[in-house]
Design a protein around this ligand. Structure first.
Ligand code: PMP
Length: 410
């Protein structure tokens, strides 16, 4: 059955918003964060108004309800990602999940001169932790370049870089270019070189159903907030044998078994990595988001988004002075259209678009090495999700054409 976009839109109250200037909101900043369906807002508000309490501590009714809801959310989320609750560690988002690999696994298992392979396409969240580890432990960080004609990863360079590597960290889908990397090949090549693989799925998970167990990947980092869930929560999915090699990251309450003045002992499995009061409302909200998303066929969702993105990219590249970075017309591209105008500064352009009601992002998108490779300091980026429509894309192209006609000096 085809996606019913109008009824999907009805689930998102914010999509009816008008901006202070009276313009109807057209939200094209989904790669920064998606909007939230009413069921997510309700689930979080119900927790606060009906059973707000701490989890995994007291025995009273509210504490029991909060603990059950937190763990039921873990069941829903891990099952959505094709794995068991034991393999899932709640984090504050993809950033903390990647730091957890760096602190919890890499600091325990890597030594001076061990190699971590990353790519020029990574978000800063998957660059800086490895640079810091390099400073501290003397590991070598190898960067795989992108081919700036096709905007894809240079797989020949990847095959060379992976030789002798201990860990490969790759973004599933670029938040700037919308390009999906050839993950299956990357995993195969990495594992045949005995390297573990960390996949940054912050941008991939809202566009494709990730099956962790089937993927063979060792670590997967996800954020909830780009897939309809709240901010402040995400997870790290970890293969059992990799989790067995991990040591504690943040220490304190909840992650301990015993504490005495002589020292402490720690919980085992995922509980060792969940320190302090859990993000209970956020976990419940994320659980509601995956239950909502589970109703849809993600292949259909992807093709709906891909259709809007490729049409938009084609149309705006016909506008005088606009250059599109990346190739949103590729079938595997996931709905981020990065572009620049040759005489209207990106910041000015985004303000002019906002005046028409269009929310797009401007900046380096936390991917400065990629900006360097593209030879630009920033881009404007329109990014789409399940509730966006072709009509919105048409009005965007129309408004952008008007802005360029009116303000271009080229
Ligand atoms: N990786 C990618 C590809 C991203 O797009 C983002 C968020 N923009 C992150 C990592 C970091 O996610 P978060 O800020 O939710 O931790």
């Amino acid at each position: 059955m085809a996606l019913d976009i109008e009824s999907i839109r009805d689930d998102f109250p914010i999509l009816n918003r008008r901006l202070p200037n009276g313009k109807k909101l057209v939200y094209f900043d989904n790669a920064a964060t998606s909007q939230k369906p009413q069921c997510v807002i309700d689930a979080m508000s119900e927790y606060y108004s009906e059973y707000n309490s701490n989890a995994h501590r007291a025995n009273h009714t509210l504490a029991d309800e909060a603990t059950t809801a937190l763990e039921e959310a873990r069941n829903s989320i891990s099952s959505y990602f094709g794995t068991s609750p034991d393999q899932m560690i709640y984090t504050s988002g993809a950033t903390e999940a990647i730091n957890l690999v760096s602190f919890g696994w890499a600091r325990e298992n890597l030594e001076e001169d061990d190699v971590v392979v990353i790519t020029e396409m990574e978000h800063h969240a998957d660059i800086v932790p490895w640079q810091q580890l390099s400073k501290e432990k003397g590991i070598e960080v190898r960067y795989v370049p992108i081919d700036t004609n096709s905007f894809t990863l240079d797989m020949q360079a990847f095959e060379v870089a992976v030789e002798g590597a201990a860990l490969v960290c790759v973004v599933h889908t670029s938040n700037v270019l919308g390009i999906r990397n050839p993950i299956e090949r990357i995993v195969e090549i990495s594992h045949s070189n005995n390297a573990r693989v960390l996949l940054d799925c912050a941008q991939g998970a809202p566009h494709e159903r990730i099956n962790f167990d089937d993927s063979g990947v060792d670590f997967v980092a996800v954020s909830a907030h780009k897939m309809g869930g709240p901010t402040g929560i995400g997870c790290l999915l970890v293969k059992k044998d990799a989790m067995d090699q991990m040591g504690p990251f943040m220490t304190g309450g909840s992650m301990i078994k015993t504490v005495s003045t002589n020292g402490s002992t720690f919980q085992e499995g995922h509980a060792m990595f969940e320190t302090g009061t859990p993000r209970i409302a956020e976990a419940i909200g994320w659980g509601a988001a995956v239950d909502w998303l589970d109703k849809f066929d993600m292949v259909q969702v992807h093709s709906h988004i891909n259709k809007i993105a490729s049409w938009t990219a084609e149309k705006i590249s016909e506008i005088d002075g606009i250059t599109v970075y990346g190739d949103p017309t590729r079938q595997d591209s996931s709905g981020a259209v990065s572009f620049l105008h040759d005489s209207i500064q990106s910041q000015d352009l985004s303000i002019l678009l906002d005046e028409g009601g269009f929310a797009v992002r401007t900046g380096h998108h936390c991917a400065q090495p990629l900006m360097d490779a593209l030879g630009v300091p920033s881009t404007n980026r329109a990014s789409f999700w399940i509730y966006n429509t072709m009509e919105e894309a048409e009005s965007f192209v129309e408004h952008l054409s008007y802005v360029v006609e009116r303000f271009s000096t080229s």
